[in-house]
Write a protein that binds this ligand. Structure first.
Ligand code: GLN
Length: 537
């Protein structure tokens, strides 16, 4: 077995340059050349994981099969590479410190003074090498969150410096992602911010091997030469990353610029086999040349920040392309929906998705949106909280259980049709204690979901504390909403459907986390198909 090689991705000048997309695109090219690759993200914040963060702070919290609550970049890694990530793929400063402090309390440091160097940096180095040490990967790409120069990133950059020295230049390299801004008044691309950010990196003892330069305009050879000269890299190692219409164009752009070739050359790995992007390009072709259009309403309370629903909007892109349908998402704020204006705001839609969420804000709007979809035969998909809202709406408006609710929103509701899970009742710690990760679900014969998944046993990812209250199951089923998917061990209701409606499905799990470019999620594919049928009526 070959020794694992490491690629570190740092960022300079500003945040939000898309390190995750560059890392994922490079990984895709290497994967399609036959290398086994994974990507890891190191986040310099003190939270142990993003699970306790408000989505407004950091966008969506992504969940892996093994139940890690992670940064949304892990979603990009999975969507590009089509292989699952795990707990080891996302590490925060909080987690690093937590484990160093636990070791100190156990006496593992034998009386030594515990310090950032070497104890924190050693822990970072161990976390970086955990994936490589599994023996499953030829190449591990590690993205360092934040921007070079941030106080928080310093221990990470120092750990990278040490690893570069320990592993040797043919085994570990640094890609520095930077911004080359265009000054309209001068009509010029400016290299100075990049020079400064590379200088900053060098002050920490790390010299980049490759520069990837984000830009709005083409970078000429003379600018590349200037960047190379002042940043101490070869001209061929200055890679342009021009703004793309879609993130899914980036692998092709990086291929054209030869990013994968220079990486392989530096790591002394063969580059004779070219990447096979046939399936990827087939997806892109269909995505860019849709035959139809559907209008989907995404009802949520964080819609001002689209990143809060990243996996859902990407899942629509994958499923849309598969069906050759352009999915227009209408972002609808649930707090701005009420009985009177629901028809006006929702009547042009061909499908309604009620999004996941926590807490009471905006839930009455979500319930009204479910009602409109149910009563007007508009295809409906409810995810997690969205499924719970569908059950509440049905209990209130079909069964007449006035004020039915989830105990999350109203502890004293007379009809707690959604209630806290038994094993959650006595919890006092909120971080990492939800029902998380992949669980099996058995689908009923003759159900829509079984037809869609073409299987009776599925596994999907979860992130919740509340569940369908079985006390109401019979009453709800007798009235026409059927539980068609259950956990085989606990009998927890995972899927509800209304068979008399053209397409009405609520799922307690998050199908969006498992949708990838090459493997669009069957529920999204079928939902979009149903929306198309609705649009043609
Ligand atoms: N707040 C709900 C629960 O905890 C739903 C969570 C979600 O939508 N992810 O059960």
């Amino acid at each position: 077995m070959n020794k694992t090689k490491y690629v570190f991705v740092t960022g300079g000048v500003t945040s939000s340059l898309g390190k995750g997309i560059i890392a994922a695109s490079l990984a895709k090219l290497l994967q399609e050349r036959g290398y086994s690759v994974t990507i890891q993200k190191l986040d310099p914040y003190i939270n142990v994981d993003p699970g306790t963060l408000n989505p407004y702070e950091h966008g969506e919290c992504y969940v892996t099969d093994d139940g890690a609550e992670t940064d949304l970049d892990l979603g990009h890694y999975e969507r590009f590479l089509n292989i699952p990530t795990s707990q080891a793929n996302n590490v925060t400063t909080g987690r690093i410190y937590q484990s160093v402090i636990d070791k100190e309390r156990k006496g593992d440091f034998l009386g030594k003074t515990v310090q950032v160097i070497p104890h924190i940096t050693d822990e970072i180095k161990d976390r970086i090498q955990i994936l490589g040490n599994t023996g499953n990967f030829d190449i591990v790409i590690t993205e360092i969150g934040g921007t070079v120069g941030d106080i928080e990133s310093l221990p990470y950059v120092e750990a990278v410096r040490q690893l570069l020295w320990e592993l040797g230049e043919e085994n570990a390299i640094v890609i520095h992602l930077t911004l080359v801004p265009y000054l309209a008044a001068a009509g010029e691309l400016k290299t100075k911010p990049t020079q400064h950010s590379v200088k900053m990196l060098m002050q920490s003892g790390v010299s980049p091997d490759i520069l990837v330069c984000r830009t709005e305009h083409e970078i000429s050879e003379s600018i590349k030469r200037k960047l190379a000269l002042f940043c101490n890299v070869k001209q061929e190692d200055v890679i342009e990353s021009i703004d793309a219409k879609t993130i899914y164009d980036v692998p092709n752009l990086m291929l054209k610029e030869g990013l994968d070739t220079v990486v392989l050359k530096k790591l002394q790995l063969p580059s004779d086999k070219l990447p096979n992007l046939n399936a990827w390009n087939c997806f892109l072709k269909k995505f860019k040349n849709p035959k139809y259009t559907v209008e989907i309403g995404l009802i949520g309370k964080y819609v001002e920040l689209r990143d809060a629903y990243k996996s859902i909007s990407e899942a629509f892109i994958h499923a849309g392309s598969q069906n050759e349908i352009k999915v227009n998402i209408h972002w609808i704020h649930s707090e701005e929906l009420n009985v009177e204006d629901v028809p006006g705001k929702l009547k042009h839609l061909n499908g309604i998705l009620v999004a996941p969420g926590f807490g009471g804000r905006g839930i009455e709007g979500k319930i009204e949106a479910v009602r409109y979809a149910r009563e007007n035969n508009i295809p409906f998909l409810g995810i997690c909280l969205g499924m719970q809202m569908a059950v509440i709406e049905f209990a209130r408006n079909v069964l007449g259980l006035e004020d039915a609710n989830s105990t999350e929103m109203d502890e004293k509701t007379p009809y707690p049709v959604i209630d806290i899970m038994e094993d959650q009742k006595d919890l006092t710690i909120y971080g990492g204690t939800m029902r998380l990760g992949a669980w099996d679900c058995k689908l009923e014969n003759n159900s829509k979901v079984k037809q869609i998944y073409k299987s009776d046993m599925i596994s999907e990812r979860h992130r919740h504390r509340y569940e369908f209250n079985d006390t109401y199951l019979e009453q709800i089923q007798n009235a026409g909403m059927i539980a068609t998917g259950k956990n085989p061990k606990t009998n927890l209701v995972e899927v509800v459907e209304i068979p008399s409606h053209p397409w009405f499905v609520g799922v307690q799990y998050h199908p969006e986390y498992k949708s990838t470019v090459l493997n669009p999620h069957p529920l999204f594919i079928d939902f979009i198909k149903a929306a198309l049928e609705h649009s043609l009526k």
